[in-house]
Design a protein around this ligand. Sequence first.
Ligand SMILES: [Zn+2]
Length: 100
Amino acid sequence: MAGNSKADCKDPKCPIHGGLKVRGTSLQGRVVSAKAKKTAIVEIDYTRYINKYERYLRKRSRIPSYNPDCIAAKEGNVVTIAETRRLSKTKSFAVTGIVK
Ligand SMILES: [Zn+2]
């Protein structure tokens, strides 16, 4: 895995080594873009039941998440993200680990 080793992670906003507290929802999704610095766009597939049609509707949502250097998730990675405080205008989630 690329990125710094855990020992030299000095990122204060790292959810594992820094002071960033995670709370609330934890989700699993696929990274569709990791182009912006320290940001990963994570796509979550989920289903919602529609009463009128008695069927499930497949939905998709994209969540911009903070991607610390020690995790450095890349496009295509399946990651876990956790809710945290609002980090920027659009980010209030942080990547907490790579599943595969
Ligand atoms: Zn770290």
